[in-house]
Write a protein of this length. Structure first.
Length: 165
């Protein structure tokens, strides 16, 4: 059994929420596409089309382990471009998802701290970098976001998107 298979089995056994993506866990990449598939897309929305962006929301991440703003209001159907800046001196990320999935992912990041991401619901930025997420919120409700780098979420680096009808 190779390293990739072992890590996949561990993730599937410990983190059933992430089981759909477990086959792609290794130290160089982490596939979280399962968060947008198999029913999750209806809960948090789906990747947006840049040409259909209805507005841009600027989000700052900092070493106080906070997002500014931490509470964002949107309307169902809106496609938002999150223009994200890491104003800190350490790496941070913004990941959209359901809280239990974000917590499971943060736990997984603790066991694989060098994990890299490249998914439409997240942006990982080094100090001083800027980047973006384009996301369509498809239904009313609450969508969470967090920095799942070890210790950051636990220190309060979380936020919510309130999606109104």
């Amino acid at each position: 059994m190779n390293k990739k298979q072992i890590l996949g089995l561990i993730a599937a056994g410990i983190f059933p929420v992430m089981a759909l993506a477990a086959g792609n866990h290794d130290m160089k990449g982490h596939d979280m596409s399962g968060m947008q598939k198999e029913g999750h897309s209806s809960a948090i929305g789906k990747p947006g089309i840049p040409a259909q962006v209805t507005r841009t929301v600027e989000v700052i991440m900092d070493d106080n382990m906070r997002f500014t703003p931490a509470n964002i209001n949107v309307k169902a159907g809106e496609t938002i471009r999150f223009f994200v800046k890491n104003a800190g001196k350490v790496q941070h990320e913004m990941v959209l998802g359901e809280l239990k999935e974000l917590k499971a992912h943060a736990e997984m990041m603790r066991s694989m701290p060098n994990m890299q991401h490249d998914e439409p619901n997240m942006i990982n930025l080094k100090p001083g970098q800027r980047g973006g997420i384009v996301w369509q919120f498809t239904q009313a409700g609450m969508v969470d976001f967090a920095c799942t780098i070890p210790g950051h979420m636990e220190s309060g680096m979380v936020g919510k998107v309130a999606v109104a009808q």
